[in-house]
Design a protein around this ligand. Structure first.
Ligand code: IMP
Ligand code: MG
Length: 176
């Protein structure tokens, strides 16, 4: 079987939208410093592109989490693979994610990061699949694209660790 990628959101559209969201964040945080927390690995491309376009002072940290559970379903139990290097006390934190699906990963992350004393925490995601949400209380502050319930790759998102490097968002299709 051969895999093909159907383009869902072009490189041009992704980049344009990231610029718009970056402008909005820059306006919202005028006069303050933003502490971006990139959720590895999927959030890395989006975080870089977003950070480059912010006009307010930026600091960056990285966290790697994995949800226990098989296949493409996350279980809600999140394991920290790599924790942050810096404390969050007094910081204006923005968590940067590739995609929010069930919302379980972010719901858990918010719970543990809020205990570390940041001034405030906001969520920023490249993609949102609201149809799949289980944790309805997770409020997303900045969303680039709302997409239907399809498994997507590219711009950091993987299928079995592949396709993260695609400069656009696509859907994997199996051609027999
Ligand atoms: P959640 O905890 O269900 O919200 O899961 C979020 C995580 O699942 C994301 O950070 C991705 O790593 C992964 N994920 C969810 N949907 C997709 C998809 O369509 N493509 C690739 N990864 C996905
Ligand atoms: Mg992820």
């Amino acid at each position: 079987m051969e895999e093909k990628i159907r383009v869902l959101i072009s490189e041009e559209d992704v980049n344009k939208k990231i610029s718009e969201v970056a402008s909005q964040i820059s306006r919202d945080y005028e006069g303050r410093q933003v502490h971006l927390i990139c959720i590895l690995k999927g959030g890395v491309f989006f975080t870089c592109e977003l950070a480059k376009r912010l006009t307010v002072p930026v600091s960056l940290d990285f966290m790697s989490v994995s949800s226990y559970g098989a296949g493409t379903k996350s279980s809600g139990v999140v394991k920290i693979i790599k924790d942050l290097d810096e404390p969050l006390e007094g910081k204006h934190v923005v968590i940067v994610e590739d995609i929010i699906d069930s919302g379980r990963t972010l719901s858990y992350l918010l719970e543990i990061l809020e205990k570390r004393g940041p001034k405030d925490i906001r969520l920023c995601t490249l993609l949102d699949k609201p149809e799949r949400r289980v944790k309805k209380q997770v409020k997303v502050d900045y969303t680039c694209f709302t997409i239907p319930d399809e498994f997507v790759v590219g711009y950091g998102l993987d299928y079995d660790q592949r396709y993260r490097n695609l400069p656009y968002i696509g859907v994997v299709e199996q051609n027999s």
